[in-house]
Write a protein that binds this ligand. Structure first.
Ligand code: GUN
Ligand code: ZN
Length: 433
């Protein structure tokens, strides 16, 4: 049975940096989304579409709502849900003091499943319907995550972390066991429903040369599997990692020489790169995740979005929980705005929308599937209640146009404005009240 959803509708058509703001989005003040079998069948003005709906179509109407595509979080760690806000350190000491102890608990399937349920519920509460997710080194952690994601028919990417050195022995695999466990997980889960696998070497600092080579072997053997890792996040990290691979020209060159740099790769952070490496990322079609709350919380640095645009990198937004401080991509984009301000620029609100939707889909190789409300896409969407708080209601009254309203929503919005989250046409979260 088809279902129709009536509300204001907004989605990105293209990167505003490429086509300018006006051509970058579609907005329908009174729009209708027609959904059947989990897919969007039609999207247009309500007055045109209502007349031709198949008989018996149920119409849900939010006169004050705003429907946008489900948000896409291109970089997040689910085992770090219980350690958000672990303060006092920068990256390498933060990993040792907080992260590695927290991740050791994910050897236990029951614990991992409990956290996976809470984590996914939190994503949905925040309007995030797709994420690329680090699990822990334990295959059980991936098993738990995919089991819960499959129950809800979510489009998700996840992978077992590969780390065979420079970490506590309880968290280390080996080049061989990491390869074999990843392979078994790929065979079991990749392409199962809407799930996909990302080969996940933690970062070059925790992987031997042999382990990086075996990761590349998996990419060769499974041509639709993706690569997910970290790159050039923190200055001390970079100096240390470059010292581990003296034959490589740079941090990025380590991944390149081991066969891990390509159009299926996404690198989180990519802050401290020279022009040559940034160019190299653009030329090979790799993607990066801009993780503003994490970069601010750990004091890692400021991501250069303008350069990424100039060199045509694919860019998505990442919460990077637990170094990141919010599951809300609205809040995360509000922080991205401030990171841009610190570099003398301001983030266009339509670019922000693009980063969290279509840009994220492109960064994860999911264009045409998610990140848009155009017909043919999977019906992952969010109903926002833009008047969720007294302050928002008051502030939005003052706005002159859609751009201003969107900018305010990114500054003041968070999980409170997410009224309902739909996954493949099924409601998976409804805000109480
Ligand atoms: N680099 C290697 N591992 C991690 C991690 O867990 N979080 C962040 N932010 N950076 C990393
Ligand atoms: Zn991370």
């Amino acid at each position: 049975m088809p279902t129709a959803y009536r509300s204001a509708l907004l989605y990105s058509l293209e990167d505003p940096a490429k086509v300018g703001r006006a051509a970058s989005y579609r907005y329908l003040e009174d729009g209708l989304l027609l959904v059947e079998d989990g897919l969007i069948h039609a999207c247009g003005p309500a007055d045109e579409l209502l007349a031709s709906l198949p008989p018996g179509t149920l119409v849900q109407h939010w006169p004050e709502g705003l429907i946008v595509p489900g948000f896409i979080d291109t970089h997040i760690h689910y085992p770090q849900t219980g350690m958000i806000g672990a303060a006092g350190e920068q990256l390498l000491d933060w990993l040792t003091r907080y992260t590695y102890p927290a991740e050791q608990r994910f050897a236990d399937y029951a614990y991992a499943e409990r956290v996976a349920r809470l984590f996914i519920a939190e994503l949905l509460r925040n309007g995030t319907t797709t994420a690329q997710v680090f699990a822990s080194v334990h295959p059980e952690s991936v098993e738990a995550f995919f089991t819960v994601a499959a129950e809800l028919n979510l489009r998700m990417l996840c992978g077992k972390v590969l780390m065979d050195r420079n970490a506590p022995p309880e968290l280390c695999d080996s080049a061989d066991s990491g390869y074999a466990q990843s392979r078994a997980l790929i065979e079991r889960w990749h392409g199962h429903g809407r799930l996909g696998y990302a080969v996940t070497p933690r970062f070059a600092g925790s992987c031997s040369s042999e382990q990086l080579r075996r990761a590349a072997q998996l990419l060769e053997e499974f041509p639709s599997v993706r690569l997910h890792t970290h790159l050039a996040e923190n200055r001390a990290e970079i100096a240390w990692i470059e010292s581990l691979f003296p034959d490589c020209d740079s941090y990025l060159d380590i991944y390149a020489r081991h066969g891990l740099l390509g159009p299926r790769s996404l690198f989180a952070h990519a802050i401290h790169l020279d022009e040559h490496d940034c160019q190299r990322l653009g030329q090979c079609g790799a993607a990066v995740a801009f993780c503003p709350t994490s970069n601010l919380f750990l004091g890692s640095g400021l991501f250069d979005l303008a350069r990424a645009e100039r060199l045509q990198l694919k860019v998505g937004i990442g919460s990077d929980i637990g170094a990141g401080t919010s599951f809300s991509l609205l809040h995360t984009l509000g922080e991205a705005y401030k990171v841009e301000q610190l570099q003398g620029r301001s983030l266009d609100p339509f670019k922000a929308l693009y980063l969290a939707t279509l840009g994220g889909a492109r960064a994860l190789g999911m264009e045409g599937q998610v990140g848009s409300l155009a017909p043919g896409h999977e019906a992952d969407f969010v109903v926002l209640d833009v008047q969720a708080t007294p302050l928002l209601r008051f502030r939005l009254e003052e706005c002159q146009d859609l751009a201003e309203r969107l900018a305010v929503l990114l500054t003041l919005g968070d999980d409170r404005v997410v009224q309902e989250t739909f996954v493949a046409g099924v409601s998976r979260h409804r805000r109480e009240g």
